[in-house]
Design a protein around this ligand. Structure first.
Ligand code: DHE
Length: 697
C-alpha cells in the first residue's frame, strides 16, 4: 500500500460561541498566567466585578485577540474580528437573553453575562444554532480558553460582549483599525520541511500552493499573523463550518502537528519546483508497447461495463466487472488517485493521481493492467482524452491531456504511449482585473464532441480555454472570459453546452461548444458542486441539468434547451431542499426515474452517509433518504452500462479494518439494495466505461 492520506477536502465544521473555535490545543501562555477554574465562576462574581470593559485593568479587546476569538467571530470594535466560523457576536447580549427566554436553552444561566461565561467555561452545555450552516458542533468552541486567559480577561470579555453593540461601534463585518499581529513564529528546518510536505499533501488543494487562496481563504502572513498560533492551531485541529476539515479530530494531525502547521502558515510560503518536459520524460515508462498489445479483448467479460473505482488512500484503482461484481484487478496508480477517464473507444482507462502521475490501463489484456505511466506535474486533478470524430478527422484514442494544479500548466500526451510532448503554462492575468496570477490551476477538462477541442477550465484567472488539438504541437487556444474559481462540470444532454461551477462565485458558467463562446452565467445558492452534474427532463420545464451545493442544502435544476424551452433556458427552474449543505455529487441516467444525491461533507456523521433520491416526476422534494452504511461517508454515484443499477461508495478509514470502505449496489427501479462489494480501501469516484465514454449522466 502506498502512502496513506485520509480525507482531504475542505468544508466547514461548526463552531460554538466564542474563541478560537477549537478543542485541545497547546498554548503560548506562560504557566504562571494560567489560573484554570475547575468550576464555572459564580455568575454574581461576574456582574459584581465588571460593569463595562473600560473599568477593567485588562482590555477586553486585547483578551479577545489573545484568545483567538477574532479568528472565528465577527465582533464589532475588535480589530480583525471578522471570522465567520462561529456565530456573529454583534448583538450577542440580546441574542443570549433571547436564548435564555426560549424553551430551547439547556444551560443554567439566567442573565446574558452568565450565558456568556458559561459559553466560555462550559461551551458544550448549550449549542447555539447561529453557526454558519446551522447548529454549532460540539467541541468546536474550545474549553481551553480557561487555560489561555486569566479570570480577569474572561470577565472583561463577558462584560464587553454583554453590552454589544456599543454606541459608536462599527457593526459591519469589516475589520476596523489595525490588526494586532504577533511576531513570526519560528520553526526548525526539520519542522519547516515537514510542514511544507503536510501543506502540499493536505492543504494546497484548497488554499493553493502559494497560499493565495481559492476554495479556502488565503493563508499568507498578512492574514494569518493577526490570528495567531492559538486560533490557527484550533482551526486546523477542529475544522470550520465552512469547509476546513477537522484534521485533529480525524486523527490525521496531532496537536503538535496542528500547532506546527499554524506556525508554518504565519511564515512566508516556500515556492515549490517547476517541471520541464524533459523532467516529465525522465519519468515516462511504457510497459507494453502498442504493437505488443492485443488486437482484440483477451477475456470474455463485457469490458464496456467495467468500473474503474478510485481507491483513494491506497493509491490504486479497483477494476470491477459490472456484471459479476468481481474485482478484476487492483492496479497501482498515483498517490491519492483522483479521477479516471476513458479513451474514445473505451479500450483505455486514464487514471490521474494527485501527484500528477498518469497511468494508462489496457482493458483488452487478459488481466487488464497498466501499459504506460508518466508524471507530468506534482499536483493534478484532471485528465481527458481526444474524443472528436467528424469532418475534421478521427481523433479517437490519439491524445490525452492532464490538467495540473502545480506547476500550473497542462500537458498533452500521446494517447497510446503517454509520451508527453507539449506543455502549456496557464500563468496569466485574471479575466476581470487583468492582474497577473502566479498559480492559475487547471480544474475540469472535457473533450468536445463538436470540435477537436478540449475545454480547459483555469480556476484562478476565471478563463475557459478552448484548446484545439488538431495540431497539438502548435495548439490554438481561445480564451473565454468567464468567472473565477472554475472547478467541476459536465455536458447538457445534447453535449453542446458545457456547464461548469465557479464555486466560490456561486455561479454556473455555460459554454456553447458549437459556437465556441460564453452562452450564459447562472446565479446559484452557495458553492455549487456538480461533479459532472445530471441531465433529465423536467415535467414542466423540459431538459434540465442539476447541481447540488456545498454551502446550502439545495439541489437546483437549470433549463438547458434554449430552442424549445427559451423561457427556462439558463434559469434556475427548481430549487429542491436537501438535508443540508455538504453535497458533492448528483447522478441520473436517461432510463432512470430518479436523481441521486449525496451529503458527503455534511457536518454530522449520519447525514454524511445518507443518500437521497428525488423523483423526476415530482421534482419539488426528496422522495426518500436513507443511510447507505453505518460508518464512513456515502460518496459519488455511477450507473451500470444498462442504467439499471446504481453504485455508491462508502468512503471509510484506511486504518480501520472492517471499515475501510465498500460499494453498495442498488436496483435503480426499486431502490432495493442488491449487493455490496466489501473491503475496498477508501473507494470514492467510480467510472463506468460505457457511461464515461459517452458522457452519460
Ligand atoms: Fe475532486 C472531480 C478538484 C477534493 C473526488 N475534483 C474533480 C475535478 C476537480 C477536482 C478539478 C474535476 C475533474 C474533471 O472533471 O476533469 N477535488 C478537487 C480539489 O481541488 C479538491 C477540492 C481538494 C483537493 O485537494 O483535491 C477535491 N475530490 C475531492 C475529495 O475530497 C474527493 C471527494 C475525494 C478525493 O478524491 O479526495 C474528490 N473529485 C472527486 C471525484 C471527481 C472529482 C470522484 C469526479 C467526479 C465525476 O463524476 O466526474
Amino acid at each position: 500500500m502506498k502512502k496513506i492520506i485520509p480525507f482531504f477536502f475542505m468544508l466547514f465544521g461548526i463552531a460554538l460561541l466564542l474563541g478560537a473555535c477549537a478543542g485541545a490545543v497547546t498554548t503560548d501562555v506562560p504557566q504562571e498566567e494560567i489560573t484554570p477554574p475547575t468550576e464555572p465562576a459564580e455568575p454574581t462574581e461576574v456582574t459584581e466585578l465588571v460593569d463595562t470593559a473600560d473599568d477593567l485593568e485588562v482590555s477586553a479587546v486585547d483578551a479577545l485577540q489573545k484568545g483567538g476569538c477574532v479568528a472565528c467571530h465577527i465582533i464589532p470594535g475588535v480589530p480583525g474580528a471578522v471570522g465567520t466560523i462561529g456565530p456573529d457576536l454583534t448583538e450577542i447580549g440580546a441574542v443570549a437573553e433571547g436564548y435564555i427566554q426560549s424553551g430551547e436553552y439547556s444551560g443554567e444561566a439566567t442573565t446574558a453575562e452568565e450565558f456568556l461565561l458559561e459559553s466560555i467555561t462550559s461551551p458544550d452545555v448549550f449549542l447555539s444554532d447561529d453557526c454558519p450552516g446551522g447548529t454549532c458542533q460540539p467541541g468546536l468552541m474550545p474549553s481551553s480558553l480557561t487555560d489561555q486567559l486569566t479570570d480577569q480577561e474572561i470577565e472583561a470579555i463577558v462584560s464587553f460582549l454583554a453590552e454589544l453593540p456599543q454606541e459608536g461601534q462599527e457593526t459591519a463585518a469589516e475589520p476596523s483599525g489595525t490588526v494586532v499581529a504577533g511576531d513570526v513564529p519560528q520553526l526548525t528546518d526539520e519542522e519547516f520541511a515537514h510542514a511544507t510536505e503536510i501543506f502540499f499533501d493536505r492543504c494546497a488543494g484548497c488554499h493553493g500552493v502559494l497560499r493565495n487562496g481559492a476554495t479556502g481563504p488565503a493563508l499568507t502572513p498578512e492574514n494569518t499573523l493577526a490570528k495567531g498560533t492559538t486560533a490557527l492551531s484550533a482551526i486546523i485541529f477542529n475544522g470550520t463550518p465552512r469547509g476546513m476539515p477537522d484534521w485533529g479530530k480525524q486523527g490525521v494531525l496531532t496537536e503538535e502537528e496542528a500547532e506546527m502547521m499554524a506556525k508554518f502558515v504565519q511564515n512566508e510560503p516556500p515556492t515549490p519546483p517547476e517541471m520541464s518536459l524533459e523532467q516529465m520524460k525522465e519519468t515516462w515508462q511504457v510497459f507494453v508497447a502498442p504493437e505488443d498489445r492485443p488486437t482484440e479483448p483477451q477475456h470474455d467479460r463485457d469490458w464496456e461495463n467495467f468500473f474503474a473505482v478510485t481507491l483513494r488512500d491506497a493509491g490504486q484503482i479497483a477494476l470491477i466487472d459490472g456484471d459479476t461484481y468481481e474485482v478484476v484487478n487492483h492496479i497501482n496508480t498515483g498517490y491519492a488517485v483522483h479521477i479516471s477517464r476513458m479513451s474514445a473507444t473505451g479500450r483505455y482507462v486514464f487514471t490521474i493521481g494527485r501527484d500528477g502521475k498518469l497511468a494508462l490501463i489496457d482493458l483488452w489484456m487478459e488481466v487488464p493492467d497498466t501499459v504506460a505511466e508518466v508524471q507530468v506535474c506534482y499536483d493534478a486533478r484532471s485528465v481527458e482524452t481526444s474524443k472528436y470524430v467528424g469532418k475534421e478527422g478521427d481523433f479517437s484514442d490519439q491524445y490525452a491531456i492532464v490538467g495540473c494544479y502545480w506547476p500550473p500548466h497542462f500537458t498533452i500526451l500521446d494517447g497510446e504511449t503517454l509520451e508527453p510532448f507539449k506543455v502549456v503554462s496557464t500563468r496569466s492575468y485574471t479575466y476581470d482585473t487583468e492582474e497577473y496570477h502566479p498559480e492559475p490551476r487547471v480544474a475540469a477538462i472535457v473533450a468536445s464532441h463538436h470540435r477537436p477541442e478540449w475545454i480547459v477550465n483555469v480556476k484562478e484567472t476565471g478563463q475557459v480555454w478552448l484548446v484545439n488539438y488538431q495540431d497539438p504541437i502548435n495548439p490554438t487556444i481561445k480564451m473565454i472570459e468567464a468567472e473565477r474559481f472554475l472547478h467541476d462540470g459536465g455536458w447538457d444532454s445534447t453535449q453542446r453546452y458545457f456547464l461548469v461551477a465557479a464555486n466560490q462565485a456561486n455561479k454556473i458558467v455555460v459554454i456553447d461548444a458549437e459556437e465556441g463562446d460564453l452562452e450564459a452565467m447562472v446565479d446559484t445558492p452557495e458553492i455549487p458542486h456538480p461533479g459532472r452534474g445530471a441531465n433529465w427532463i423536467d415535467p414542466e420545464y423540459g431538459p434540465v441539468w442539476t447541481t447540488s451545493h456545498l454551502g446550502e442544502g439545495s439541489l437546483i435544476a437549470i433549463g438547458t434547451d434554449p430552442e424549445n424551452h427559451p423561457e427556462s433556458a439558463w434559469q434556475v427552474v427548481r430549487d429542491i431542499p436537501l438535508l443540508g449543505g455538504g453535497s458533492l455529487f448528483v447522478k441520473t441516467h436517461p432510463n432512470s426515474q430518479w436523481i441521486w444525491v449525496d451529503h458527503v461533507l455534511a457536518s454530522d456523521e449520519v447525514t454524511q452517509r445518507t443518500i437521497c433520491v428525488i423523483a423526476k416526476e415530482n421534482p419539488t422534494e426528496t422522495y426518500k433518504c436513507w443511510e447507505a452504511a453505518d460508518y464512513g461517508r456515502a460518496v459519488h454515484f455511477e450507473y451500470n452500462k444498462e442504467g439499471t443499477e446504481v453504485w455508491v461508495s462508502i468512503w471509510g478509514n484506511a486504518d480501520q479494518p472492517g471499515e475501510t470502505g465498500e460499494i453498495v449496489i442498488y436496483d435503480d427501479a426499486t431502490l432495493e439494495e442488491i449487493a455490496r462489494i466489501p473491503d475496498l480501501v477508501t473507494p470514492t469516484g467510480k467510472f463506468n466505461v460505457y457511461n464515461t465514454v459517452n458522457d452519460i449522466y
